[in-house]
Design a protein around this ligand. Structure first.
Ligand code: ADP
Ligand code: TRP
Length: 328
């Protein structure tokens, strides 16, 4: 096993979907056993957009069960809740002194969320990237498996690490976004309107807990068009997304057949969606069933969180002591 450190988190704001799976979870599973991995539920981050704390604990259990159902082994990786590690908010405080209002305001995710919730543009939302940097730097994380939407946050984490090192002495590595393929993954919403996301259009998002019927229905309704009229035409992004999904869950022969049909201008999207729907059902079914089983065993989930908390705090407290010494 390499002793390089991997850190990543998922917010507990709803049910996990295909974007979370292919952007993040799939890489987590591939990395476990090869690196020292810290994976957590970012429950504090959830409060920036979902201020109602009532559902929070439940959602933490749910995300954790989904993480394990997707193939994460609590014996091989450290799984925990962000709010169980008080060293994270302490480092967050230190990093906030190194982050400038201007750069925080320019962050794409801040602008997007401020537009979406004009009555709640809180300081937590503005400093979202410093909290995320603290999550990573507290473990001296080097690789961060995330989807494409997180690239800018990672760039900021590198800046904050660099500034800390420059001012107070070498302490943190500069973390990078990681994906096993050639580039970071982005799964689009099935309606062709932006990225697939937990709280946007639910009918255009495939969740890991969707029933077979619902998966088939959503894929049937996915946006398509009349098909290309010129051979080898470039694909509109909503069609490219269907091909990407097919590449991810179907047999390669099927994918190549439809790609060829597209390039020859005789593609039948109805058939393609039928095939994709059936393959998606086969892909999601075992994850959904395993999650239901795990969620029923709350004692087990709590014990995983407890062990994770201990392991994560042991490592985090070393880092925070080192940072404190340099800082005060
Ligand atoms: P959401 O945006 O749905 O609330 P999170 O912000 O919790 O999801 O994201 C958790 C992980 O899933 C991150 O690594 C993020 O990059 C990845 N992710 C989320 N949506 C997508 C998507 N549509 N395509 C690829 N990766 C995604
Ligand atoms: N910001 C990430 C997202 O919305 C979630 C997250 C919080 C995260 N802290 C992190 C991801 C640390 C990687 C590392 O998807």
């Amino acid at each position: 096993m390499k002793n390089e450190i991997v850190v990543s988190g998922i917010r507990s704001t709803g049910n996990l979907h295909l974007g979370n799976y292919f952007g993040a979870m799939q890489n987590y599973v591939k990395m476990q056993g090869h690196y020292e991995c810290y994976f957590f539920v970012a429950d504090y981050h959830s409060l920036t957009t979902h201020p109602d704390a009532k559902e929070l604990k439940n959602n933490v259990y749910k995300v954790l069960a989904e993480n394990i159902a997707c193939g994460l082994d609590p014996e091989k990786v450290t799984l925990y809740a962000q709010s169980d590690i008080p060293e994270i908010p302490e480092l967050y405080l230190m990093l906030n002194m190194l982050a400038y209002k201007g750069e925080l305001e320019k962050t794409a995710s801040f602008k997007e969320k401020a537009r979406a919730q004009p009555d709640n543009i809180n300081a937590g939302l503005l400093t979202y990237p410093t909290l995320m940097s603290a999550d990573i730097l507290i473990h001296k994380g080097k690789y961060v498996p995330v989807g494409k939407d997180q690239e800018q946050h990672l760039e900021m984490a590198r800046n904050f690490a660099q500034r800390f090192n420059y001012r107070y002495g070498e302490t943190f590595p500069e973390p990078i976004a990681f994906n096993f393929g050639t580039s970071l993954v982005k799964i689009q919403s099935l309606d062709g309107q932006g990225k697939m996301s937990k709280s946007e259009n639910e009918n255009a998002t495939i969740y890991l807990n969707d029933s077979d019927e619902l998966i088939l229905k959503k894929i049937k309704k996915a946006k398509t068009d009349q098909g290309p009229t010129q051979p080898n035409s470039p694909m509109p992004d909503y069609i490219e997304n269907l091909f990407l999904l097919m590449k991810l869950v179907s047999h390669e022969d099927k994918y190549l057949k439809y790609l060829n049909d597209y390039n020859q201008c005789n593609i039948r999207y109805g058939d393609m969606k039928n095939d994709l729907g059936n393959d998606m059902v086969q892909f999601i079914k075992p994850i959904r069933e395993k999650t239901i089983e795990l969620k029923q065993d709350e004692t087990y989930i709590k014990s995983v969180l407890k062990i994770g908390q201990e392991k994560a705090r042991t490592n985090a407290s070393k880092t925070i002591q080192e940072a404190r010494k340099k800082w005060v």
